[in-house]
Design a protein. Sequence first.
Length: 269
Amino acid sequence: MFPTENSIKRTAIADIKKYYEGNFGAARAHLYVAGRFDGGEMKKAVATAFGGWAKGAATLINTPKVKPQHLLDVTDRPGAAQSVLLLGLPVPDPTSPDAIPLAVTNVLLGGSFGSRITSNIREQKGYTYSPRSEISRRYHDAYWAESADVTTQYTGPSLKEIFGEIERLSKEPPGDAELKGIQRYMSGLFVIQNSSRSALIAQLRNVDFQGLGEDYLKTYVQKINAVTPADVQKQTAQYIKPDEMTIVVVGDKAKISEQLAPFAPGAKQ
């Protein structure tokens, strides 16, 4: 992941130029401009500034082929007062029709301060300060993950509660009021994310990057609010499966090994 001293010393100017020429070309570039300006004059300025830019190589499409793997990976950190937890699995990519319902499900389950997992292991149990789940989206690829730094003695109990909340949501749909609160939160957040020039460019860049189409931003709030409690239950049961998750733990192995035994592949929970 990191260069060695020798690899840095071996890198010559010619290597850097070769890499630049193979990757930084007009064919692979997007230019975004946000603000108040004359459209015609802006196009002329862009053409003047970039018209001579070499086309360069075509965009490289190399989407990874991922599959869930149920395993428990423990890194020993003797004397650690906390255990770092990260657990997750692949989920549908941003182009899937389930992407938005799954996003709502994530925010309700663990992706907001008022989410179920956060309320459980932070507010009710006091196991951790800032747990959070997210759907990390790369090019036509995505994964769901929950992360938390938990007190060492509550490493196992934290995992138990996290999986318990997932199981509960997979079997019982949320109430209308709970879901509406999440939908209002996400709708408001979307508006805020479009309230500055840089944020708007980030939104447009994501749409282009994933190939989501011109209507994606126009219909996003509508689709968020169209998600039903039954949809949330279905998304959880279909995609957020504890028995397919990779669980990574960094902590004091001597103190947490017994706690983690129920979560190892093949263990009976």
